[in-house]
Design a protein around this ligand. Structure first.
Ligand SMILES: C[S@@+](CC[C@H](N)C(=O)[O-])C[C@H]1O[C@@H](n2cnc3c(N)ncnc32)[C@H](O)[C@@H]1O
Length: 216
């Protein structure tokens, strides 16, 4: 598949898409799984929540979120990748309330249904700023009043102050959009889109953050 944004690190190659979960576990020395479980626990998922997972990838996160839901709750994963779609359907096959839709999240799309939560994990940083703003607007449009946008991604930090053993992998592994993202005020972006109340949790020596932004 041709990249829409040539410098993006979140439009993955077929190889990375196929082995995404294993690669993350490998480069994080097995810490990624525990981190993602903690962040999902911090989202305060209600048993009957209807959740949209933007750029859902392999379905690993959707399956973890399913564990907090009753039969009333649902998860809808959106992604552009056929390889991710196959993995999602296989991983979530025991959860009839989890479904995958092939949908770009970087363009406006019809909010046929309103959700309690929109979740986006390590996707937002990988786009130009105007595209990030469109993704945030899409999340806002798809939420019920009082619903929350849960953004798990890099926090704001100064790359120059990172210890070298974190700085080098970040510099080599991430894309130029990520370098710009860590210098941006995410709360300000969300406020501009209409969100008005915020809660933040920090992880991985404060380099990763879950931002929970509420729609009025
Ligand atoms: C870095 S991965 C993160 C996957 C997952 N959120 C996670 O945390 O494991 C980025 C994901 O975003 C998807 N993606 C990239 N561009 C997209 C777009 N424009 N619309 C929807 N999904 C997109 C990719 O296919 C990939 O699955």
């Amino acid at each position: 598949m041709k990249k829409l944004y040539p410098e993006s690190g979140v439009e993955l190659t077929p190889f990375i898409s196929k082995y995404y979960d294993n690669l993350l576990n490998l480069i994080s020395f097995g810490k990624y799984e525990r981190f993602i479980r903690r962040a999902i626990a911090d989202m305060n998922i209600n048993p009957d929540d209807e959740i949209l997972d933007f750029g859902c990838g392999t379905g690993k996160n959707s399956c973890l979120m399913m564990q907090y839901l009753s039969d009333e709750g649902t998860i809808t994963g959106l992604d552009i990748s056929e390889i991710m779609e196959r993995q999602y359907n296989e991983k979530c096959k025991n959860y009839p309330q989890a479904k995958f839709i092939r949908q770009r999240i970087d363009i406006p799309f019809d909010p046929e249904h309103l959700y309690d939560k929109v979740f986006i994990s390590f996707v937002l940083h990988g786009f130009p700023q105007e595209v990030r703003e469109q993704i945030i607007a899409n999340a806002f449009a798809h939420l019920k009043p009082g619903g929350t946008f849960n953004i798990l991604d890099f926090a704001e930090f100064d790359m120059k102050k990172m210890p070298v053993y974190y700085r080098l992998p970040f510099k080599w592994g991430e894309c130029p959009y990520a370098f710009a993202f860590i210098e941006r005020d995410l709360k300000e972006m969300l406020r501009k889109a209409g969100f008005n109340s915020f809660e933040e949790k920090l992880y991985f020596h404060n380099y990763a953050r879950l931002m929970i932004a509420r729609k009025p």
